[in-house]
Ligand binder design. Structure first.
Ligand code: HEC
Ligand code: HEC
Ligand code: HEC
Ligand code: HEC
Ligand code: HEC
Ligand code: HEC
Length: 382
């Protein structure tokens, strides 16, 4: 019998720590390929130094600039008005380190002079940052932690948690109580956290809000500027799709407005460039119905006279479009059961003209969408 702490036990703790800390660590320092990009030859070590500079991990004169703080290297879930790391890197791929140096050390323009103020970087450091930025153009924005790592961590944490409980209650081999305390709290918190996050993401995609190719904000345009929804989504009352505005709609204003309060010149410059190059902006559709469902905006926003808000929420209050209603079958049917059909000037229900006249004269009650067949399978399914 010996009371000292058995060494094998330490292995679990080390394994736990190693797994826990490693993904966080390696995501910052990992260089996947040692391919050499750019005008000068940079080895892996130089690229790592460039990366460390970009992340503000190098202190020159007790000061560090974290470019990644403003220029995201990961997808974000809120609208970050600064251009992301990939986009600035692509813009400078064909330019020289000296060009980059100019925008960092002698910035011009209203926003740029505010954000790139007082940077002190040597030419060598700028060249290293440039090398890392060139490399970024081939990697793309990082997703949040891959599921597989999370699953792995989850299993390890669960096993440790169980092991700790069993030892505490039954085996009682481990005499140092604080180790149990440590494992139970850290693994416990991690497992609960994962379960909660997991539970939230089951099923549909609530709050789905992808990064868009241009940082367009409804809060700025429909909210602050008060531009009508139909100025940009002009087809909504007349056709099946509401559609996205073509760039010449943007250019009505952005021919003149070249600077935004929040994003500076960068985002609007992209709109203008794409317009000049006749390249449509590839907006990512947020609201998606499966192919087997038929839905028409004309019927709802036009004939039905429904407000956009009923289905899309207070769009003008958010920078990023986020799913306000999951498009489940129950959601459609619930509304059809309770909502009345608007018969007045309704091109969809000419066969109900008589009924519509009666309602108009107050001789008949209103009719829900369900009453005219709005819950029949074939109305919504091809
Ligand atoms: C200045 C032009 C403009 C105005 C005004 C505008 N939108 Fe948009 N809307 C866009 C653009 C561009 C997109 C695509 C980018 C995005 O999703 O943010 C979009 C996307 C959307 C989407 C997401 C569609 C999808 O499935 O991806 C909805 C919903 C929407 N708008 C509703 C509205 C409503 C409601 C209003 C009025 C309150 C409005 N919009 C006003 C330009 C505009
Ligand atoms: C009855 C609910 C409802 C109303 C009202 C409604 N929408 Fe939609 N909207 C949807 C659905 C459902 C989709 C997804 C359609 C699809 O994927 O086929 C959608 C998609 C969109 C899209 C993406 C592009 C497209 O056409 O699919 C835009 C933009 C949009 N809506 C804007 C508007 C605007 C602007 C209004 C008000 C004029 C409006 N919507 C009113 C339900 C609605
Ligand atoms: C009716 C005029 C109008 C239209 C149409 C319009 N914009 Fe704007 N937009 C503005 C104004 C005004 C600003 C400046 C707002 C500010 O800085 O507060 C702006 C700002 C912006 C910004 C920068 C926001 C910021 O604060 O940094 C972006 C990006 C943008 N618009 C993209 C677009 C796109 C893309 C379209 C077309 C889908 C479009 N705009 C259509 C008037 C318009
Ligand atoms: C405080 C936030 C902030 C920090 C920190 C920052 N930037 Fe920026 N950067 C911006 C903004 C905002 C813009 C866009 C300004 C505009 O277009 O008016 C920008 C633009 C750029 C551009 C594009 C210039 C162009 O020609 O359009 C490059 C390249 C760039 N930054 C590199 C860097 C590098 C490298 C670092 C780190 C050494 C850095 N930035 C640090 C906010 C920041
Ligand atoms: C907020 C209420 C509301 C929601 C949500 C809604 N609808 Fe409707 N829908 C209506 C109204 C009101 C009408 C009748 C429109 C009119 O007056 O012409 C209608 C009519 C229809 C019709 C024509 C029915 C017929 O008998 O001819 C179809 C098809 C339809 N909706 C499909 C859908 C689908 C698919 C969804 C879900 C993706 C949906 N609707 C969600 C309110 C809604
Ligand atoms: C008002 C429109 C509407 C009507 C009426 C309707 N559906 Fe649906 N249905 C939908 C929508 C929207 C979806 C897609 C839901 C989703 O993706 O979760 C759907 C999905 C489905 C699915 C696929 C299941 C799934 O979860 O993807 C089946 C099967 C289905 N409907 C059968 C029916 C049958 C049977 C009827 C008649 C009793 C019917 N639907 C009537 C709108 C409707």
């Amino acid at each position: 019998m010996h009371n000292s702490f058995p060494v094998e036990r330490l292995r679990y703790i080390f394994l736990f720590l190693a797994v826990f800390i490693n993904p966080i660590h390696s995501s910052y320092f990992q260089v996947k390929d040692s391919s050499i990009i750019g005008k000068r030859d940079f080895d892996t070590e130089a690229l790592i130094r460039g990366e460390r500079l970009f992340y503000g991990l190098v202190y020159t004169d007790n000061k560090s600039i974290n470019c990644a703080h403003c220029h995201n290297t990961r997808f974000s879930d809120t609208l970050n008005w600064n251009p992301d790391a990939i986009e600035i890197s692509k813009k400078y791929l064909d330019k020289s380190a000296a060009d980059l140096g100019r925008i960092l050390l002698n910035p011009a323009g209203k926003k740029m002079t505010q954000v790139h103020k007082g940077f002190q970087l040597t030419n060598e450091e700028i060249a290293l940052i440039k090398a890392y930025m060139d490399k970024l153009t081939v990697t793309g924005l990082k997703q949040h932690k891959p599921v597989i790592t999370n699953l792995f961590l989850f299993i390890i944490a669960s096993v440790l948690f169980l092991f700790s409980i069993i030892d505490l209650l039954i085996i009682k081999r481990l005499k140092k109580r604080w180790i149990h305390l440590f494992i139970l709290t850290s693994a416990g918190i991690f497992v609960t956290y994962s379960l909660v996050i997991g539970a939230i993401s089951i099923g549909h995609s609530p709050g789905y809000a992808p990064d868009q190719p241009v940082k367009f904000s409804h809060a700025v345009h429909a909210g602050q500027n008060g531009t009508d929804c139909l100025y940009c989504h002009s087809y909504a009352p007349y056709s099946k799709s509401a559609g996205f505005p073509a760039e010449n709609v943007c250019m009505n204003c952005h021919l003149l407005v070249r600077n935004g309060t929040r994003s500076g010149a960068f985002e609007i410059a992209k709109v203008i460039r794409d317009f000049e190059e006749l390249k449509p902006i590839e907006w990512i559709k947020v609201y998606n119905l499966p192919d087997h469902v038929f839905f028409s905006h004309a019927q709802h926003a036009g004939a039905g006279g429904l407000n956009c808000h009923e289905c899309h929420g207070t769009v003008e209050k958010t920078d990023r479009i986020k799913i306000a209603n999951e498009l489940t079958m129950g959601w459609c049917i619930n509304c059809h059961r309770t909502r009345n059909v608007n018969f007045r000037n309704n091109k969809f229900y000419t066969e109900y003209r008589e009924l519509s006249e009666k309602i108009g004269k107050g001789e008949a009650d209103s009719v829900t969408v369900e009453k005219i067949g709005g819950t029949e399978c074939m109305k919504c399914h091809y």
